[in-house]
Ligand binder design. Structure first.
Ligand SMILES: C[S@@+](CC[C@H](N)C(=O)[O-])C[C@H]1O[C@@H](n2cnc3c(N)ncnc32)[C@H](O)[C@@H]1O
Length: 405
């Protein structure tokens, strides 16, 4: 593979904002700080915003790396796929893609974005959904803190329908329904809640008490159609479906991508769990419940460890597996954050770089080209207001770009 040039900031500046370096036993690695992509919200294709996902990256991040470091037709992979941001952006840029995640929820929400349907087909199907069937709610899971009984009846009927109806229109309906399960505005099915996190029932009861409200009736069909309209508004559906058909979606551990052929991927753009900053199982419990996914099974497999050594071994094993699937000279852009670890601020980019120079880990597999630190005005503002990093998770993007040796 011919080497592609080093990336330059999207801002068009010819010199980077600030350049530092990470010292390694193989020499210094340049660390570039700049606003590589915009801090503005919702600038990319509307399908990216079909639903929220815990700790997802902005589509601008894979967009930047795919444009800079791959060519049309190349295969772009993400072993920690989440809501499928990398593969969707790959397809939008005329690349091929493969995406994996340990949580089957990832496949449920990624597939429909790669097989979008027309709003006419969507509306026609929604109109036929049998959501008014009677239900005995006393035999169902108690979700009364989230949903009005009539809304809950409609959700349960939709859930049952989706168990046996699985064409692309049904799957798109499922993805849109997942996006509406809980949130803060009247467009969601639930009483006022959090859109990105499925909070525990006890916390929802407290929210209702504090606000002095009971869940009000939220009709399901009209909310599905409204959200689908906004998700599909940027079009290009035929092109996305044509590209989406070629995408490989797998469910499994990033350390064992057995369905991904050897030397098949040109560029990986990915973001692993940052130790145990996020609980990907607990925080998606309403989604997994709706999809009938057994959360207990995933709990044992998702890697969210408080132990740095264990995390380093996990990332190292993933890098070793990615070494197998990458073409010679293939690249990985791995996004990590800064976290608080044992009272100290820890920049995980430096930890990832150290793996590539360590005999115990990935020595001889990768050469780190550079590290990108996305700096944004909001970070500085947050600091002014003494909003500390990591209080609510991480808030800088640090991307280690490494090349397969
Ligand atoms: C930071 S999120 C990725 C978000 C993604 N970049 C996006 O934009 O949606 C990390 C993902 O890793 C997944 N995960 C955790 N342990 C895993 C493992 N052992 N193998 C594969 N995926 C895993 C989680 O389910 C979660 O979806």
């Amino acid at each position: 593979m011919n080497p592609l040039p080093l990336a330059r900031p999207a801002s068009g500046r010819s010199t980077a904002h600030r350049v530092g370096q990470i010292e390694t036993c193989h020499g210094p690695v340049p660390k570039i700080f700049d606003e590589f992509w915009t801090a503005k919200q919702r600038q990319m294709h509307s399908l990216h915003y079909a639903l929220s996902y815990r700790a997802s990256f902005k589509p601008e991040l894979p967009d930047f790396f795919i444009r800079q470091f791959s060519r049309p037709g190349d295969v772009i992979g993400d072993p920690f796929g989440g809501r499928g941001t990398t593969v969707l952006q790959a397809v939008l840029l005329g690349r091929q893609g493969c995406s994996n995640d340990i949580n089957p929820l990832s496949e449920r929400i990624t597939y429909p974005k790669l097989h979008p349907v027309s709003i006419e087909d969507f509306e026609a199907r929604v109109a036929t959904l049998p959501l008014d069937l009677p239900r005995d709610l006393s035999k169902e899971e108690d979700m009364s803190m989230f949903y009005h009984p009539d809304t809950y009846r409609e959700i349960l009927n939709l859930r049952d329908y989706l168990k046996t109806h699985r064409d692309d229109i049904d799957r798109f309906i499922e993805m849109i329904a997942i996006s509406r399960l809980h949130g803060h505005s009247p467009g969601f099915f639930s009483a006022y809640s959090f859109p990105q996190i499925s909070i525990p029932k006890a916390n929802q009861i407290k929210i209702n008490q504090t606000r002095g409200v009971e869940p009000d009736y939220r009709e399901v069909k009209s909310r599905l159609v409204k959200k689908a309209r906004s998700a599909l508004k940027d079009g290009r559906l035929e092109e996305i479906v044509a590209g989406g058909r070629k995408v490989r979606l797998t469910v499994g551990d990033a350390r064992d991508l057995r369905e991904w052929p050897t030397e098949s991927v040109h560029l990986v753009v990915t973001s692993p769990p940052f130790l145990n900053q996020v609980d990907y199982v607990l925080d998606t419990w309403i989604e997994t419940w709706f999809c009938g996914i057994d959360a207990k099974k995933i709990e044992d497999q998702v890697v969210q460890t408080p132990d740095l050594d264990e995390w380093m071994q996990f990332i190292s094993d993933t890098l070793a597996e990615l070494h197998r699937v990458l073409v010679p000279g293939g690249l990985i852009a791995m996004e990590v954050g800064e976290i608080r670890y044992q009272g100290e601020l820890l920049n995980l980019d430096e930890t990832v770089v150290s793996l590539t120079t360590s005999r115990r880990f990935n020595l001889g597999q990768y050469r780190v080209r550079e590290v990108y630190v996305q700096t944004q005005e909001f970070t500085k503002l947050a600091n002014c207001f003494r909003v500390k990093n990591n209080v609510l998770g991480t808030n800088t993007n640090r991307i280690v770009l490494m090349e397969k040796i």
